[in-house]
Design a protein around this ligand. Structure first.
Ligand SMILES: [Cu+2]
Length: 289
């Protein structure tokens, strides 16, 4: 117990130091990341994940009630029909009413569970009135993000080495920081379509309630709408090869203005927009004769 408390305290001191260190470089905080001693779902950051949490709670209560009811029946049978109390066994084998009841009631329970399950499946399946699309592609072993509605520039997202993480993004969790995050504006409904270039991968961000297996030759769809700015993390969730553990998913949610500025920078560096004069001066060396 003391060890647990001690390490939890150390971890939080570490987090605070990390936040201070990063504060100077970047004001945006890490919002959706796994935390020490986490056993259940983390907090939800999208409408889909809120509903996933709700369904999870409803199912847990349903399962709990059924389990307690069956346990009660077993205890009752063991006490009421014990051998010492019933020296002569009964020859009763059928009870039509009971048999219909124990068939129909579980069916009704399954229907009760199926209705919200299917509603949630279809709710998360397709984006309605999406502002734009981001195409996610899983590679061995990194992610690319394409922005087809913004000129189709592409961002490659690779995990930082531990040394680079400490230097560049010290407040990001170990083995989850990447060089280039997927960047999206807050509050906007964003369609996320996913595919893979080689083997199957899984684009999964727990706080978004999104877990899409991405498959070569197929396009799978989901959507997100995140209200809070910051960094959110997830991991590839299909065993995709020897560096499967080293292709984390990092999403940066920013304001609309910041997003537009980021898109412009990416478009310029992809040659989709003319570079700024200051960039040209720094990139093209003066001609010497
Ligand atoms: Cu993978």
């Amino acid at each position: 117990m003391n060890f647990k408390r001690g390490s939890a305290a150390l971890a939080s001191v570490g987090t605070i130091i990390g936040l201070f260190a990063a504060g100077a470089a970047r004001a945006q905080e890490v919002v959706g990341a796994p935390y020490s001693w986490q056993i259940g779902f983390g907090p939800s950051f999208t409408p889909v994940m809120e509903r996933v949490n709700w369904l999870h709670d409803v199912l847990n209560v349903t399962i709990g009630v059924i389990t307690l009811f069956v346990l009660g029946l077993l205890v009752y049978v063991m006490v009421r029909f014990r051998a010492s109390r019933n020296p002569t066994p009964t020859t009763l084998t059928h009870n039509t009413v009971l048999e219909i009841a124990w068939t129909v009631i579980p069916i009704l329970i399954l229907v009760f569970i199926a209705v919200p399950s299917f509603r949630l499946l279809y709710y998360g399946d397709k984006a309605v009135d999406a502002a734009f699309t981001v195409k996610v592609t899983g590679h061995q072993w990194y992610w690319t993000y394409e922005y087809p509605d913004h000129g189709n520039f592409k961002v490659e997202s690779r995990m930082l080495t531990e040394a680079d993480r400490v230097k560049q993004k010290p407040n990001h969790p170990r083995m989850m920081a990447v060089d280039e995050e997927m960047v999206v504006p807050k509050d906007a409904v964003i369609r996320v379509v996913g595919t893979a270039a080689d083997s199957m991968h899984g684009w999964t961000v727990p706080g978004f309630g999104l877990k899409k297996t991405v498959i070569p030759g197929r396009l799978n769809e989901g959507w997100i709408q995140v209200a809070k700015e910051g960094f959110y993390f997830g991991q590839c969730s299909q065993i995709c090869g020897n560096a499967h553990a080293y292709m984390p998913i990092a999403v940066r949610v920013v304001s609309k203005a910041e997003f537009d500025a980021w898109v412009e920078r990416k478009k310029r560096s992809a040659g989709l927009m003319p570079p700024l004069e200051t960039d040209v001066a720094s990139v093209v060396p003066p001609i010497s004769r």
